[in-house]
Design a protein around this ligand. Structure first.
Ligand code: CTP
Ligand code: MG
Length: 181
């Protein structure tokens, strides 16, 4: 059972690392190209194309390497190229969740970078699960919603805010991030 849970948690790594990698790659042209709505910027300068593409592809690459190294020993993804689509959905879905959150943060008058509890911790989880359930519904339900998969989901829900807290503080100390959240 624990091998199944470990495989499911490791399969989720692309979603866990894409936003942190976006911080490393970020900068340059904003995703909203500076577009303003009546109540402020569409997304803000904190969401850039370099961060989105660089973070998404590098996180997917990490997922692919993990799958190649561990896939024979742990139950991770379905075989063949379907795995690639799942990995991309997790990685880019997590980034889109964060982008979506920025849209709502701007609508509620929060400036770029302002701390938004709960939203900042769970936006990427929501985005990644929405994307992967659309891409591979059976795999997603079996891996995270049924049977022992529930344990993997619990570990992700409880563990990833703690992980991101740690990574964000480290990113802030190293000067990558402007705020420690
Ligand atoms: N980043 C990026 N592109 C993304 C996501 C993140 O370039 N799609 C980079 C930006 O440099 C951003 C940093 O990573 O400032 C931290 O990301 P995040 O905390 O999500 O952005 P914030 O600056 O806090 O902006 P927001 O208030 O919109 O979340
Ligand atoms: Mg932020």
């Amino acid at each position: 059972m624990w091998l199944t849970v470990l495989g499911a948690v490791l399969a989720y790594v692309p979603a866990l690392v894409s936003n942190s990698l976006a911080v490393v790659f970020g900068g340059g042209t904003p995703m909203d190209f500076g577009f303003e709505l009546k109540d402020g910027r569409l997304l803000g300068d904190g969401k850039t194309w370099r961060g989105f593409i660089g973070g998404g592809l590098s996180a997917a690459l990490i997922g692919l390497v993990l799958a190649l190294l561990l896939g024979d020993h742990l139950p991770m993804y379905p075989p063949s190229c379907r795995a690639v689509w799942i990995i991309m959905a997790l990685s880019f879905g997590a980034l889109l969740g964060d982008v979506g959150a920025s849209f709502f943060k701007r609508r509620s008058g929060r400036e770029r970078g302002k701390k938004t509890p709960v939203v900042d911790q769970y936006d990427f989880i929501l985005g990644s699960f929405l994307a992967v359930i659309l891409t591979a519904p059976d795999w997603t339900l079996n891996t995270y919603f049924r049977g022992d998969g529930i344990w993997a989901m619990m570990i992700i829900l409880i563990g990833s805010p703690l992980l991101h807290k740690a990574v964000n503080v480290i990113g802030y100390r190293l000067g990558y991030k402007e705020e420690p959240w």
